[in-house]
Write a protein that binds this ligand. Structure first.
Ligand SMILES: [Zn+2]
Length: 376
């Protein structure tokens, strides 16, 4: 019996969508060469009510993102984006992540707390002569290599024992990547790429690459792919992860070789991708899917979901699951970002975002009638 070509086509499109999201995710390299299944539930509304279809599409999009996150989590014993805090023996205590987009992992304190430093400060403290290049606008990314002794050497023995098989063999820190904030202004981002290994449940040691960083507006790295058409470090990270995951044990020299290869690729990659990324970002914001999503969220938004950003004088439209669309003068879409609920709440409490007045809504919201020409 022949398959219905249309169902095949719909399925292919969905798979393409998932692949694209994985490629754009900062931890997508963990699923490279993947033989993984995503589990999705689909409720199919009959009839052609466009609103119902769009609702299902929205839910499916969220479910897809969650399924990818779950698949990523299954692949690793370490927690993506986090250093294990040895003082609390936890990845959930909050000590294991940077608190600003400019920070990189600087090593453990003697009592096991992960320490993070501004990339510039770290390079200064380690007498890296390239620190000056960091402050040279428009220069390529600067990388810096640190070994296990640099990162874990100060730990007291009692905290070394807390590691239970978890080891950071070394890392490359890199910056600045420049990302637009919600007003479109470029902001500096530094990242830590760590060669990590774990011994999950007495099985053999597994090696992988962890990526640590925080978006310029406090958003998790995993949300950045919503506003970056291409992740400039993705190819280098995939290469390093696949080299590391082939290791059975970790002769320090092998790991160092891989980290050096990673550093070279990060510096090269940034130069090669700079222009294209910029172009793709513009296209990403000016038309296509995020714009449709933004308009859809705008039509669904109640009064409480339409906020005025008092600092940037923009209109913020809250969508589902932390989606935020920022509109500027004349209803131009500045950016679409996902924020954790805590960030949104903090901004409301601080008065940075308050409910928009009817005049502000009138002035900043784009027209939402379907013939209103968004595409051109
Ligand atoms: Zn802690």
């Amino acid at each position: 019996m022949g398959l219905d070509e249309r169902i095949l086509e719909a399925l292919r499109t969905l798979i393409e969508c998932a692949d694209e999201r994985i490629d754009r995710s900062p931890m997508g390299h963990l699923l490279a060469g993947r033989r993984e299944n995503l589990h999705l539930q689909l409720r199919l509304p009959l009839g052609a009510d466009p609103e119902a279809v769009e609702q299902v599409a929205g839910r499916l999009e969220t479910a897809l993102a969650e399924a990818i996150d779950a698949a990523l989590q299954r692949r690793v014993a370490f927690r993506p984006g986090t250093v294990l805090c040895l003082r609390c023996s936890s990845t959930e205590c909050g000590h294991g992540r940077p608190t600003s987009s400019r920070q990189v992992f600087a090593g453990y304190s003697p009592s096991g707390t992960p320490e993070f430093l501004d990339l510039g400060e770290l390079l200064l403290s380690r007498h890296d002569p390239r620190v000056g290049e960091l402050f040279d606008e428009g220069r390529a990314v600067v990388t810096h290599l640190m070994g296990e002794e640099d990162l874990c050497g100060r730990l007291l023995d009692v905290f070394k024992e807390q590691r239970a098989g978890y080891r950071i063999h070394g890392q490359v820190v890199a910056g600045w990547y420049r990302l637009p904030d919600p007003t479109g202004r470029p902001r500096a981002l530094a990242l830590s790429f760590q060669a990590v290994s774990t011994c999950p449940h007495r099985s053999p040691r597994r090696f992988g690459l962890n990526v640590l960083g925080l978006g310029p507006d406090g958003e998790p790295l995993a949300h950045l792919h919503d506003r970056m058409a291409a992740i400039p470090w993705a190819a280098a990270v995939r290469w390093a992860h696949s080299a590391l995951s082939g290791l059975a044990s970790a002769p320090a020299r092998r790991v160092e070789g891989i980290l050096r290869g990673l550093a070279r690729r990060l510096e090269r990659g940034q130069r090669a991708h700079g222009r294209r990324t910029h172009h793709a970002q513009r296209r990403h914001v000016e038309g296509g899917r995020p714009t449709r999503m933004a308009l859809l969220d705008l039509t669904r938004a109640g009064e409480n979901d339409l906020l005025f950003d008092t600092r940037h004088k923009t209109l913020v439209v809250l969508g589902e699951r932390g989606r935020c669309h920022v509109f500027g003068a004349g209803g131009r879409l500045v950016t679409s970002v996902r924020y954790p609920p805590a960030t949104i709440e903090r901004r409301r409490q601080a008065g940075l975002w308050r409910r928009a007045t009817p005049e502000e809504r009138q002035a900043l919201a784009p027209r939402t009638d379907p013939d209103g020409d968004e595409k051109k």
